[in-house]
Design a protein around this ligand. Structure first.
Ligand code: AMP
Length: 215
């Protein structure tokens, strides 16, 4: 396949697990398991292809600045990043979920300014501005579900998959903001300078996804 070096940025956990079969399909096998190794740069069976293991929200930044050629990032992370200098090559249809407003069932009935706790501050700001609703944003980095329970916020904006985490905390999904899945992204320089290798990779992945890759 490639005789140009290709660096692919990925995050641990759900995205890595779901991306592995896609990579395997195009003949890329990592030499280490990111859940057990402490290495942040993983070799693959292919001498010219390496994987960077990053925090999910850093993947677009590494690709934007050219530290990685390609990346796999959730649409939620891309919406928050803004997508500057990046192109979405493929919807990989993995790590699917929804970005939602969630809270106690009556949360939206509050008159006046809503207090919204989230790590998705940009998406939340855009969504409520479109709705014409005044909000006060409270930036959090995790466990958003806790905020309404201790009256830190009226509602949260978070990604929801099964809704089990919300329900376990007495909260409900209230308003959908966006359908989320992971995307293959590239920066402008790699798209231009490594066009043939990347186009070939995208073609193979696209064919596999169109044929109904096992989810
Ligand atoms: P749930 O299945 O709705 O209980 O999801 C549990 C938690 O996992 C939520 O609080 C989310 O933060 C997280 N989560 C669910 N789906 C995704 C995803 N596709 N990407 C990233 N985080 C997710």
């Amino acid at each position: 396949m490639a005789n140009q070096n290709i660096i692919i940025a990925l995050s641990k956990g759900r995205i890595f697990k779901d991306t592995l079969p896609l990579l395997a399909h195009v003949g890329i096998i990592p030499q280490d398991d990111p859940e057990t190794t402490r290495k942040l740069i993983l070799d693959t069976n292919h001498p010219h292809i390496k994987l960077l293991i990053l925090r999910a929200s850093d993947v677009p930044t590494y690709v934007q600045y050219g530290a990685a050629d390609l990346g796999v990032a959730g649409k939620d992370v891309l919406m928050e990043h803004g997508g500057e200098g990046l192109f979405e090559l493929l919807d990989l249809n993995i790590a699917r979920c929804r970005l939602m407003v969630a809270g106690r069932p009556d949360a939206m009935l509050k008159a006046g300014r809503l207090r919204v706790a989230t790590k998705y501050t940009h998406s939340a700001e855009c969504y409520f501005a479109e709705q014409g609703r005044q909000i006060e944003l409270i930036k959090l980095y995790g466990s958003m579900e806790l905020a309404p329970l201790v009256d830190l916020a009226d509602c949260i904006v978070d990604v929801v998959d099964t809704g089990n985490t919300l329900r376990a905390n007495g909260l409900e999904p209230l308003l959908p903001i966006a359908d989320i899945s992971s995307r293959l992204i590239v920066n402008r320089a790699a798209q231009k300078l490594k066009h043939h290798v990347i186009a070939d990779l995208v073609k193979q992945l696209d064919r596999y996804l169109q044929a109904g890759a096992p989810q």
